[in-house]
Design a protein around this ligand. Structure first.
Ligand SMILES: [Zn+2]
Length: 163
């Protein structure tokens, strides 16, 4: 994988600090939160979970393909906003859980909109639709990728991050 040294652990942490300060300053930091690169994946852009060694710690995992400089920074920021939305809604965080299901009912898009970030949500979707398959071809065997997209019918957009 082509890795740009600028997009390292410090970069991830500074993006999380930025997102929290700029867009989630109303949300209490109620526990320790780590942000790390997870496993490369086609569909999962990010996730939030609890540290298996210490469940008091929340961990946001970001797709390491985002180290590719062809991926604009706003796409990474939007992914962090998505995971922070789960945190704010009480999924894998100590905060009170706001709804039963982390995605159902358009709650993610609604949270973006309430925070004045609907444009970011929409621009991320547009960028992914136009560019993500081509980026994936650099990191996964194209035959696998093509055959799976041809044969599998997905109802949700296939690039949508899963919890
Ligand atoms: Zn999610």
């Amino acid at each position: 994988m082509k890795i740009d040294s600028y997009r390292n652990q410090n970069w991830l942490e500074s993006l999380l600090s930025y997102v929290w300060g700029a867009h989630f300053s109303d949300i209490a930091r109620s526990n320790q939160i780590k942000i790390i690169f997870g496993k490369k994946a086609k569909r999962r852009l990010g996730s939030i979970g609890l540290d298996s060694n210490d469940p008091s710690i929340s961990i946001i995992r970001i797709n390491p393909i985002f180290q590719d400089m062809e991926v604009p920074q706003f796409v990474v920021v939007a992914t962090i906003v998505h995971e922070m939305t789960h945190y704010a809604h009480g999924f894998n965080s100590p905060l009170q859980q706001k709804q039963q299901h982390p995605h159902r009912g358009g709650v993610i898009k609604q949270e973006f909109a309430e925070r004045g970030l609907e444009y970011m949500y929409l621009e991320q979707q547009t960028w992914l639709k136009e560019n993500w398959p081509r980026i994936l071809d650099k990191y996964f065997a194209p035959t696998t990728h093509r055959s799976s997209t041809r044969s599998v019918k997905v109802i949700l957009p296939w690039w949508m991050p899963r919890l």
